[in-house]
Design a binder for this molecule. Structure first.
Ligand code: CA
Length: 226
C-alpha cells in the first residue's frame, strides 16, 4: 500500500484530491495544519503533498523539518504563489517538485506517479542515497566518495542528487535546469554545463573515461549505476 500524507487547509482543494488519490488506490491521510502534519510525519509515508500557505506555519518549514529528521520520501509542493517557485526548488526546503494552483487533477496525478516511480528506483537506506562508491546524505546535504567527503557547492549537490535519484536513466537538460535552478527551458544552459564539469572534476571523472556522469548528446546526462 502506498501511503500519502496531504497537508492542505483549503477543503475545496483537499476534498477532490483525497477522492481522486483514493480512487487511484493510494492510502491518503489528510490534515489541515502544519503542526498536525509534523505530529504524524514519519517514514511510513511514501510521499508528502504539502500546501505552502498553511494557517499555523509556513509549508516550507514543514518540508525543512521533515528533511532535518532524515525523512527521505519525495515532497510535492502545492503553491498559489508562483514567485516563490524559485525558493521552493531552491536548496533549503528539500522539496522534490511543485505544482502551481490552480492545477488539473490529471496533472497532479502524473507528478505523483513520477515521484513515486523515482523513489522505487532509489537505493536509499538510513537516509543515504548510494550508487557505485558515491553516497549522499540527503538530510545533511553532504556527499561522499568511498567514505571521503566531497566538498560540493549547493548547486553541485543538487545536480548530483537529481542525477543519482534517477541513476541509470538519462535526465534531460530541461529537467535539470528546472529542478536545480527552477528555470524554464528557454534559459541559457551554459551554467548547467559549467556545473556538470565542476561536479565531474570533484567526482574524479576523466574526459573520455566516464565512470559516473555520462553525456547523452542532445538530450542530457546520466548517472551510471555501476
Ligand atoms: Ca492554504
Amino acid at each position: 500500500m502506498t501511503n500519502i500524507l496531504l497537508i492542505e487547509d483549503d477543503e475545496a482543494i483537499s476534498a477532490p484530491l483525497v477522492r481522486v488519490l483514493s480512487r487511484e488506490g493510494y492510502a491518503v491521510h489528510c490534515v489541515a495544519r502544519g503542526k498536525e502534519g509534523l505530529d504524524v510525519l514519519d517514514q511510513t509515508f511514501d510521499l508528502l503533498i504539502l500546501d505552502l500557505g498553511l494557517p499555523d506555519m509556513e509549508g516550507l518549514d514543514v518540508a525543512r523539518q521533515a528533511r532535518s529528521r532524515g525523512l527521505t520520501f519525495p515532497i510535492l509542493i502545492l503553491t498559489a504563489r508562483s514567485e516563490e517557485v524559485d525558493m521552493v526548488v531552491g536548496l533549503d526546503a528539500g522539496a522534490d517538485d511543485y505544482i502551481t494552483k490552480p492545477f488539473r487533477l490529471a496533472e497532479l496525478l502524473a507528478r505523483v506517479r513520477a515521484l513515486l516511480r523515482r523513489m522505487t528506483h532509489n537505493n536509499i537506506s538510513d537516509g543515504m542515497l548510494r550508487f557505485q562508491d558515491i553516497a549522499l546524505n540527503l538530510a545533511g546535504r553532504r556527499a561522499f566518495r568511498a567514505g571521503e567527503e566531497l566538498g560540493l557547492t549547493g548547486k553541485e549537490f543538487e545536480l548530483l542528487r537529481v542525477l543519482m535519484r534517477q541513476a541509470g536513466t538519462t535526465v534531460s537538460r530541461e529537467e535539470l535546469m528546472h529542478e536545480v535552478w527552477g528555470s524554464a527551458s528557454g534559459d541559457s544552459t551554459k551554467k548547467l554545463d559549467m556545473h556538470i564539469s565542476w561536479l565531474r572534476r570533484k567526482l574524479g571523472d576523466e574526459v573520455g573515461q566516464t565512470r559516473y556522469i555520462s553525456t547523452v548528446r542532445g538530450v542530457g546526462f546520466r548517472f551510471e549505476k555501476e
